[in-house]
Write a protein that binds this ligand. Structure first.
Ligand SMILES: *[C@@H]1O[C@H](CO)[C@@H](O)[C@H](O)[C@H]1NC(C)=O
Ligand SMILES: *[C@@H]1O[C@H](CO)[C@@H](O)[C@H](O)[C@H]1NC(C)=O
Ligand SMILES: *[C@@H]1O[C@H](CO)[C@@H](O)[C@H](O)[C@H]1NC(C)=O
Ligand SMILES: *[C@@H]1O[C@H](CO)[C@@H](O)[C@H](O)[C@H]1NC(C)=O
Ligand SMILES: *[C@@H]1O[C@H](CO)[C@@H](O)[C@H](O)[C@H]1NC(C)=O
Ligand SMILES: *[C@@H]1O[C@H](CO)[C@@H](O)[C@H](O)[C@H]1NC(C)=O
Ligand SMILES: *[C@@H]1O[C@H](CO)[C@@H](O)[C@H](O)[C@H]1NC(C)=O
Ligand SMILES: *[C@@H]1O[C@H](CO)[C@@H](O)[C@H](O)[C@H]1NC(C)=O
Ligand SMILES: *[C@@H]1O[C@H](CO)[C@@H](O)[C@H](O)[C@H]1NC(C)=O
Length: 598
């Protein structure tokens, strides 16, 4: 009898675990939802988790891509460059004049967890001054550095490094939380570049001086990287906020392969229409389904798909909407405009063959297989680190350099870096030459003044045509000059005698580029690409601002019952990686929603 009871209990638990993640709308039990969340990235996963903490709220999360489970390179941190393109939207921009008319990839993930399932996993809250500027721009102290501290703590769960080494001296434990949801850690296997990087930082000092923890609000200097990794495995929004213990909640349903086409108007109040019905399909050729929310729709489709869905729904610039045959329902010319993204350039040096790099892992499949075996059996070894290096330098240009640009400093204040250097022993891509050892630096410019846009030029089929993306790369002279200067800073760092033994010299492309400013500018225009740090296409502004898409509570202006919870609401790109700011803003947004309806 007891055994039967146990068996029934197990079956019941099993059924619950599997009952809440669905592949097909036909399998979802008929339910009246309080909230429908669109998009399973860091915004949507946080909202779905936090709202379903209230057992009285029934929550549905719709994700366009498939489930994230069982995809090895999505679990093994260092193998993220090998994640198949099946889990990508494959977006590209229109020709970019600032990049010699190249059309550029605009990466974003098509899988549960969104871009946290395939990104570089950097844990960076952003500088104090950037948050304080958000507070000023929105007239809401809740967005200040002070205001977000509780939400940082709710998100972060500090975790010891995979190899169990004593990480004292690599971060400041006093500013980290161990009670949140997403795992955070430092390097879990030493890299061959570690001693050289530290020596170069000591040798040069100044802007390269050691900073114990870039997450203190004061990121400037040379630091150890922190990653959203736990026990050697990527911890994405899906693996953390939708972990099995949360998916067991009976009031939370997650539907994958559900691509949202648009929101449907559910009332005709002309001052602020309601859009509580969500239209979606499992296939771009249809058929279309719809589901409605009784309280709110939370749009968390990311900086590219969020404005696309708004425009498809008739929320945007009336002229543009009419030109593609969409009846304009809410006129707002800010939708999709003012896109802000960090441009990136990669620099490569050849490494002395007596030393190690990560290149062999991608050049020698037998070697990689051995390391995968080690990772699978022990959660240890070289694969536990992120693929963007474990040491980095956040830095500012001094006043002399800034004055030479002839423009006002676009940074948020003295704690905000203009750029970052990511140092990686190896190439940043999985497709490099079949032999050779390299050191790469990714130079990411953090304070771009160029702006781009997301718009639509077609409604077929079923509104699923790719949006028209103009990333605006290097449109402004400031961005070009700043990237040029940031590259020079990288060259200065690599000129430290600490590197003499390890580095042979720049590869030919780079050697040619650094001969003159003109050559360097051409190198930048020919090789610059986009980071995944895209924001501001549905900008948050003060209640009384004459532009912007959402108010400081992230409610869409001129609409009832629609909130946006993703990177698109950040009014300017933060001077740092964007995944953690999204976790933070989603935690705060979830609190606001719970206060409103609790
Ligand atoms: C991206 O391209 C891959 C490879 O062609 C494909 O399998 C995948 O379906 C594409 N992604 C989307 C969202 O269409
Ligand atoms: C880019 O395209 C524009 C418009 O076609 C053209 O005027 C310009 O010369 C092109 N730039 C380069 C570098 O080819
Ligand atoms: C880790 O190292 C620090 C500094 O060297 C030391 O004070 C601390 O006791 C060590 N912790 C453990 C658990 O060994
Ligand atoms: C919503 O779906 C139902 C069927 O589930 C359909 O009858 C109805 O027409 C749809 N509503 C809209 C506005 O498309
Ligand atoms: C873009 O942002 C600027 C402020 O940075 C604002 O003045 C302008 O109105 C915005 N444009 C749109 C279309 O929202
Ligand atoms: C590839 O790796 C295996 C395992 O470490 C090693 O035995 C073999 O020599 C390597 N091959 C080359 C070409 O380096
Ligand atoms: C400012 O930075 C530049 C470039 O790194 C450097 O050459 C110059 O000496 C610095 N000036 C001052 C006043 O620190
Ligand atoms: C507009 O849409 C059409 C068809 O969907 C596409 O072929 C074309 O390239 C698009 N135009 C731009 C500027 O992206
Ligand atoms: C490469 O490293 C070895 C071992 O440290 C050293 O003897 C040699 O001089 C280095 N080669 C170069 C070109 O620096």
């Amino acid at each position: 009898m007891a055994l039967l009871y146990l068996l029934l209990l197990l079956l019941h638990r099993y059924a619950l675990v599997w009952a809440t993640l669905f592949e097909n709308i036909q399998d979802v039990p008929p339910t009246e939802y309080d909230f429908v969340v669109i998009g399973g990235g860091p915004g949507g996963c946080v909202a779905a988790n936090r709202l379903s903490e209230n057992v009285n709220f029934k929550v549905l999360l719709l994700e366009a891509g498939p489930s994230n489970t069982g995809i090895l390179p999505m679990e093994i941190p260092l193998l993220s460059p090998q994640i198949p393109s099946r889990y990508e939207w494959n977006s590209t921009t229109i020709p970019q004049p600032g990049a010699n008319n190249r059309t550029l990839a605009f990466p974003h993930a098509f899988v549960l967890g969104g871009s946290t399932s395939h990104n570089g996993m950097t844990y960076n809250r952003g500088p104090k001054d950037d948050w304080d500027r958000y507070a000023r721009l929105t007239d809401d102290q809740g967005w200040s550095w002070e205001g977000i501290q509780t939400f940082i703590a709710k998100n972060e769960r500090w975790t010891p490094p995979a190899d169990g080494h004593n990480a004292s001296g690599q971060f400041d434990p006093s500013i980290h939380s161990t009670s949140g949801i997403t795992s955070v850690t430092v390097e879990g296997f030493p890299l061959p570049t570690d001693p050289f990087g530290l020596k170069a930082s000591k040798e040069l000092g100044g802007i390269f001086s050691f900073n114990l923890d870039y997450n203190s609000g004061h990121p400037l200097g040379f630091s150890w990287a922190q990653f959203t990794i736990g026990h050697g495995t990527r911890d994405s929004a899906a693996t953390s906020y939708l972990a099995p213990k949360f998916l067991q909640r009976q009031n939370l349903h997650v539907l994958v392969n559900a691509r949202v086409s648009r929101l449907l108007q559910t009332s005709s109040y002309s001052d602020a229409p309601e859009f509580l019905r969500v239209e979606f399909a499992h296939d771009i050729n249809g058929p279309l389904f719809n589901v409605s929310a009784t309280k709110e729709v939370i749009l968390s489709a990311g900086s590219i798909n969020t404005p696309q869905i708004l425009l498809n729904s008739g929320i945007g610039d009336s002229k543009v909407l009419s030109s593609v045959g969409i009846p304009p329902l809410v006129h707002n010319p800010s939708v999709g405009q003012n896109l802000s993204v960090h441009p990136v350039v990669q620099l490569v040096w050849t490494v002395n063959s007596s030393f190690q790099t990560n290149d062999e892992i991608f050049q020698n499949q037998t070697f990689q297989d051995l390391l995968v075996k080690e990772w699978t059996e022990t959660s240890q070894g070289p694969l536990v680190n992120g693929a963007v290096g474990t040491q980095r330098i956040y830095f500012r240009f001094n006043d002399t350099v800034l004055a030479s640009f002839g423009e006002k400093d676009p940074s948020a204040g003295p704690t905000s870096p203009h750029a970052i250097l990511l140092i990686q022993p190896g190439l940043f891509s999985s497709t490099g030459p079949s032999t050779g050892k390299f050191l790469s630096i990714l130079v990411i410019m953090h304070t771009p003044t160029s702006r781009g846009s997301i718009t639509i030029n077609s409604t077929a089929p079923h509104f699923f045509a790719p949006p028209v993306i103009d990333g605006g790369i290097l449109k402004s002279q400031f961005d070009l000059l700043a990237l040029r200067e940031a590259i020079k800073t990288a060259l200065t760092f690599m000129s430290a005698s600490a590197w003499d033994e390890y580095i042979v010299g720049p590869i030919p492309d780079l050697a040619a580029a650094i001969q003159s400013d003109d050559a360097l500018d051409q190198y930048i225009r020919n090789s610059a690409s986009y980071s995944e740090h895209v924001v501001s296409t549905a900008s948050m502004t003060a209640n009384n601002a004459d532009y912007g898409v959402v108010d400081p509570d992230l409610l869409v202006k001129g609409v009832t019952g629609l909130r946006i919870v993703d990177a698109s609401i950040l009014p300017l790109v933060p001077a740092g990686q964007t995944q953690v700011p999204v976790y933070i803003l989603a935690e705060r947004a979830s609190s606001l929603v719970k206060e409103r309806w609790g």
